[in-house]
Design a protein around this ligand. Structure first.
Ligand code: CA
Length: 403
């Protein structure tokens, strides 16, 4: 399968990927359109559909929500149409005017985020944080290996990659302090995560099984769950994360379709006991994903977290968050939790990389970091294996800390 678009050849944004986003141009900054990344270009998907003689209301929308709501058959048909338009030479002339250079467009949040859930699925991350926060006790809580632990986050403060992140203010209290103080966070951190975009909704009262994962999940993004460790440490007992997380969460602009990730599917780690039936690993239908993340601080690689080793899969997380009958809505987003591997250089948060600030990260300019300073830029990128030796790129999620 070859595209008539030269830059699509051997590109991690080739026909095997075709991620969806929302863009505007310098000429029409107020008009948001659905775009599909292909090679070095962004295809104006709605205009392309019309030019191909197959107008589509789903692709002419200002964001992905109508397409998300339309469900799996529409997603499959739309992807097939895009592939056909980009391979069939007869569409070349009509579609070419609707290709925009990828570096010339402005990318926006690709969909209106409905509910947002964040999980905690890396055994290495959970173990490291257990050791840091609760020294001398068992690092994993007794429930950790039996259910995917998560919390409901704040969807309204999810921002697209490239948005500056203002250092949050809040209550901080170190263990040695007698009373809390108020001011800017001194321990601002990142969490490198993979996020799943829900398309088709579900009925209140009806759980979604792992077998129906593909019917409900549209695609995958990268996410940075910015975290204020000093605000978090003082507020999180007994109800969990609150203002230490909700000030900003950055999302990558391209949603990689689940269909592009077939070759990346891997089995999660072996369990040493049997999970309850609704969470049991499904033989032959693994939903672990071999996504390799790279975390850069001011351009320098500080970590390479491997998503393949996560203890809980997204299918198990989806089954768990609906098992009580909670319903799904188009645009729901759920994130994996910090992706951390076993070795130090694969940890997905500064609190682990620097072991709570005790072992600073050295940067090329001679400075060190325990937590983020104003002006720091953090960029998380990701790739996965595609079909026939290709590479699927997720692009990146980036953000700069401002006072
Ligand atoms: Ca998180």
């Amino acid at each position: 399968m070859t595209s008539w678009l030269a830059s699509a050849q051997d590109s991690p944004f080739g026909l095997h990927n075709l991620p969806y986003g929302v863009f505007s141009t310098a000429e029409e900054p107020g008009r948001r359109r659905i775009g599909v990344r292909v090679g070095d270009a962004v295809l104006d998907a709605g205009a392309a559909a019309s030019a191909a003689g197959e107008p589509s209301e789903l692709l002419e929308a200002a964001n992905l929500n109508p397409l998300l709501a339309a469900g799996r058959p529409a997603w499959t048909a739309t992807r097939a149409s895009l592939t056909r338009w980009l391979t069939d030479e007869s569409h070349r002339e009509a579609l070419t005017p609707h290709l925009h250079p990828a570096d010339a467009v402005t990318l926006h949040l690709p969909f209106e985020v409905a509910d947002y859930v964040d999980f905690y699925a890396s055994e290495h991350h959970a173990t490291n944080l257990g050791r840091i926060f609760r020294p001398g006790t068992e690092p994993l809580t007794p429930n950790w290996k039996h259910l995917p632990i998560g919390y409901h986050g704040r969807s309204g403060s999810i921002v697209v990659s490239g948005t500056d992140v203002a250092r949050p203010h809040g209550q901080r209290k170190a263990p040695a302090d007698e009373l809390p103080s108020f001011g800017p966070s001194r321990r601002l951190d990142i969490e490198a995560e993979v996020a799943f975009v829900v398309g088709a909704g579900s009925e209140l009262g009806t759980p979604v099984s792992q077998a129906d994962f593909r019917e409900h999940v549209f695609g995958v993004c990268l996410l940075n769950d910015w975290s204020s460790r000093d605000i978090q440490a003082w507020e999180y007992v007994p109800l969990g994360p609150f203002l230490g997380k909700s000030f900003a969460t950055s999302l990558s602009p391209w949603v990689v379709p689940l269909d592009a990730l077939e070759a990346a599917r891997v089995a999660p780690p072996a369990r040493d006991f049997e999970l309850l039936p609704y969470l049991a690993d499904v033989e032959g239908e693994p939903w672990g994903l071999d996504i390799a993340l790279t975390v850069r601080l001011n351009g320098q690689v500080i970590s390479r977290p491997p998503f393949a080793g996560m203890y809980w899969t997204a299918a198990q997380q989806l089954a768990h968050m609906t098992v009580n009958g909670a319903s799904l809505r188009p645009g729901d987003l759920f994130a994996s939790g910090t992706v951390s591997g076993e070795e130090r250089e694969t940890r997905g948060a500064l609190i682990e990389l620097t072991w709570n600030g005790q072992e600073p990260v050295k940067l090329a300019d001679g400075t060190t970091r325990t937590f983020l300073e104003d002006g720091d830029t953090v960029t998380i990128s990701g790739t996965a294996p595609g079909p026939d030796g290709t590479v699927v790129s997720f692009g990146e999620v980036t953000g700069r800390i401002v006072p």
